[in-house]
Design a protein around this ligand. Sequence first.
Ligand code: AMP
Ligand code: ZN
Length: 474
Amino acid sequence: MALTLFNTLGRTLQPFEPLNPGRVGFYGCGPTVYNYAHIGNLRAYVLHDVLVRTLRRAGFTVTHVMNITDVGHLSGDNDEGDDKMLKSAEERGKSVREVADLYTQRFFQDTERLNIQKPTVICKATEHIADMIALIQRIEERGFTYRAGGNLYFDITKSAGYGELGRLRLDDQKVVARVGADENKRNPQDFVLWFTKSKFEQQAMVWDSPWGRGYPGWHIECSAMSIKYLGETFDIHAGGIDHVSIHHTNEIAQSEAATGNHPWVRYWIHNEFLVLDKGKMSKSAGDFLTLQNLIDAGYDPLDYRYFLLGAHYRNQVQFSYEALESAHNARKSLLDRIRDRMKARGDPAPPLTQGKAETYLAAFNAALEDDLATPRGLAELWGLLRDPAVGAEEALKVAFTMDEVLGLNLAGATEPQTPTETPEQRMAIEGLIAERAAAKKARDFARADQIRQTLKEQGIILEDRPAGTVWRRG
Ligand code: AMP
Ligand code: ZN
């Protein structure tokens, strides 16, 4: 079966055919490094990872480019609001560079913990200012710009097909109502390519340019860096669904204006949002969960990866600790089954089942190639491991092959800890845990701590999770 992807451009499932046989150029919008990535942002990067792994499984050589936004991103994607990097640096009493370095490092720590493979090229906006200036010059030479109030703007009326990606209606009243936000703009959707004068007179990072000393608008970095590393037309561009109507729409307009090429990107992939039960998660509002929060609550980052794989990327997902707990338990029993199969490696294979494991693998690959249907992929993995007709050796081989795409680190499952407790001892431990919960409820923290200590002396570690306390041998 051939790989099929849902292309936002056209809103249809389309067979994937790369521009150059056997090779894929992929650009995924990277993080704005003014704060920790939240678990919603990380959903986007797990999707990029699954996409890249699926492409590689299908035999393509993939060049994956990711940008790091360390300049130019305002809190409103439409050139409105505060400068995210500057505001964060001021609040933290650090330089913009220090903030960028800290959160870039934290971002890659998170992606590594989630088993997300490193992109082929990681490029920082601040290290590509000359490329952005060169691209803006091409846009200007072709007559798509105007200067106003010291800034250089992109004039969307010059761009045929502007808004096609988002199916935007340019006379939309909500959009028109925002004209007042920047009086320099001739049209509400026009956007800044280069700022010299703005409300951020104290802008920390500025560069010389043909339009004066200043800094780039947010959108131009993705166009400049993707073209630099992937060429003037490339295969796939991905990002969150929020980027369809402004960021990616503007990226298309300015890239195609600069190069005269149509189309610039051939397939657009967008992930739906992860939401909290109380609604949207917002990095700028500071109301969000990080991967570290989940780790502190006693979860393994791969529990979160498993949770994400359990939903299709084009469906909105609601995060809750209950759902994460289910993912934790499911992943645990998956690892138990892998261990069981490891122990049974030497057993004779069941008769007449040659090739059965391969049918699970074929179904798994078909699921992933069907617009990255990870929930169906997981179901095939479970089917394989539950099937008594598949011998241990074969099951393990196929499970590990599936895991090259899922990234759940199944091969890392070690031999099981043989339970050293008798049923009576287990009951005693659980009795103490219940007593500790009651003590905490009665605010008798001394007793609660004493119980934790008693268990610790017996080698039992307690982990308090939102869904209750669990224990393990330390
Ligand atoms: P940012 O660091 O804000 O530029 O966002 C990084 C990526 O995360 C972008 O692709 C966003 O579209 C995506 N994103 C932001 N919020 C969410 C969310 N709640 N769920 C899924 N993706 C998100
Ligand atoms: Zn981008």
